[in-house]
Design a protein around this ligand. Structure first.
Ligand code: C2O
Ligand code: CU
Length: 467
């Protein structure tokens, strides 16, 4: 059987471009079906035996769901797994009953069962879907897919590409490693994999034309891996974060950073010389850089100079009333090399040893979440503005995600955030304090949690009650 090293070696000689997952588009507002079930994928055309994973409609990542802003989605989710599941529409402002959180907004969909999700697409951009039941395992086994909501008019580009970034943890036999639910992953960086893929494939070189303008939608569906992509010899411009338009800008330090669950839309102008090749590499972990893919220039130039950068339409989100905002602190504590000594679990004050024995090692404001069903941490009147200062007192970065409400990133360590950033997931680095604002305009019970599911399930989640 082909092992991972062998797979890596073989990718070097593959010539086909990374395959795009197929699209699923409902004709005239009709119903879509997503069936969650075990399936198999091929990491490469000659990449050895197929890899058993879990997918939607037989593929992983699942089909790209395409909509236009203002449309109503009707998505029937069928569960053909041997355990319950749900689907969460990550980043979309859906009604609370459609949010897919078991024990909080719906009952889990039992094996053999189904659930019809319906919601309006309120915002254009790049979003995604994934289970919210036993997420650490279900997400890691391959249940995830992209959602692209087109605006009424989109900027002209030569190609609109999507890279679903993931990393798999494979064992020596080249199968998904069964080490789910272990305390080491939970108390450290989460389940880091050993095999990065683009759209479920070992990335093959991408052929581009000189002068071509590509809109590249990046989505990180990995449980734990942070990507920091370096497009050597190119000057990509960030035009949207987590779906929402930002002032177009060069990424800081030339690296496009995506924590788990995050999206970045780029304009990539192919300014390389005809016949040249350029590595796209990851530099998130300085001691372990790797080449993700290569841009290969072929064909006659499309244009000599890149056209001016497009500006997407500004996000149509409620504007925080900062003068009247209610302020909150969200202190992240715990994990390996952390200072957490004790915390509350189900109303009981427990020492870190006892907590760890129960698989719980992270706390928000001194409270360890036993599951999704929690006493709300924050109560918000409808349409009130809230400012949350997230204070990371741990040794690890955490992608903090709020359901149902995009947040405006106001400041990091007291320096104001540029580019008008609206996000649904904010990467908070160790010892960083990040100030966020949102308008609580969507009634219901909403999760706020770390999007490394190993951390989430080990206590790092809370609930915000609106209305
Ligand atoms: Cu992408 Cu609570 O999830
Ligand atoms: Cu975390």
């Amino acid at each position: 059987m082909l092992n991972r090293r062998e797979l890596f070696r073989r990718t070097a000689v593959l010539a086909a471009a990374a395959a795009l997952p197929p699209r699923l588009q409902a004709a005239g507002g009709g119903e879509l079906t997503l069936e969650a079930a075990p399936t198999q994928i091929r990491l490469a055309d000659d990449g050895g035996p197929p890899l058993p994973v879990w997918g939607y409609n037989g593929i992983s990542p699942g089909p790209v769901l395409r909509f236009e802003v203002g449309e109503t989605a009707r998505i029937r989710v069928r569960n053909r797994l041997d355990r319950p599941t749900t689907v969460h529409w990550h980043g979309l402002r859906v009604p609370n009953a459609m949010d897919g959180v078991p024990g909080l907004t719906q009952d889990p969909i039992p094996p053999g069962g189904e659930f019809l999700y319906t919601f309006a697409l309120r915002d254009p951009g790049t979003f995604w879907y994934h289970p919210h039941f036993q997420s650490a395992e279900q997400l890691d086994r391959g249940l995830a897919g992209a959602i692209v909501v087109a605006d009424r008019d989109e900027p002209a580009v030569d190609r609109d590409l999507l890279w679903v970034l993931d990393d798999w943890r494979l064992d020596a036999q080249g199968e998904v490693h069964e080490s789910f639910g272990n305390l080491h992953d939970a108390s450290h960086a989460g389940r880091l994999g050993n095999l990065p893929t683009i759209n479920g494939r070992l990335a093959a070189p991408l052929t581009v034309r000189p002068g071509e303008r590509i809109r590249l939608r990046l989505l990180n569906v990995a449980n734990a891996r942070v990507f920091a992509l370096d497009f050597a010899g190119h000057a990509p411009a960030v035009i949207a974060l987590d779906g929402h338009a930002v002032t177009p800008h060069a990424p800081a330090g030339g690296r496009v950073v995506l924590g788990p669950a995050m999206r970045v839309d780029l304009i990539l102008d192919c300014t390389g010389e005809p016949g040249s090749t350029h590595a796209v590499s990851d530099r998130a972990y300085p001691r372990r850089p790797f080449e993700l893919t290569t841009l290969v220039y072929a064909g006659t130039p499309l244009r000599a100079m890149p056209p001016p950068l497009p500006v997407l339409s500004a996000p149509a989100l409620p504007v925080p009333d900062l003068a009247r905002a209610v302020h909150h602190e969200l202190v992240l504590e715990g994990g390996a090399m952390g200072a957490l000594r004790e915390a509350l679990l189900d109303g009981e004050r427990l020492g870190i040893r006892e907590l760890a024995r129960r698989g719980k090692v992270w706390a928000l404001n001194g409270v360890v979440a036993p599951g999704h069903h929690l006493e709300p941490w924050l109560h918000a009147a409808v349409d009130s503005t809230h400012v949350i200062t997230v204070d990371n007192r741990t040794a690890f970065p955490h992608p903090i995600h709020l359901h149902g409400h995009p947040v405006k990133v106001l400041a990091r360590n007291e320096s104001a955030s540029p580019f008008r950033q609206w996000r649904d997931t904010v990467l908070v680095w160790p010892r960083e304090r990040v100030r966020l604002a949102f308008v609580a305009d969507n009634p219901g019970l909403w999760m706020i949690h770390c999007h490394i599911p190993e951390h989430q399930e080990a206590g790092m989640m809370g609930v915000v009650q609106v209305g």
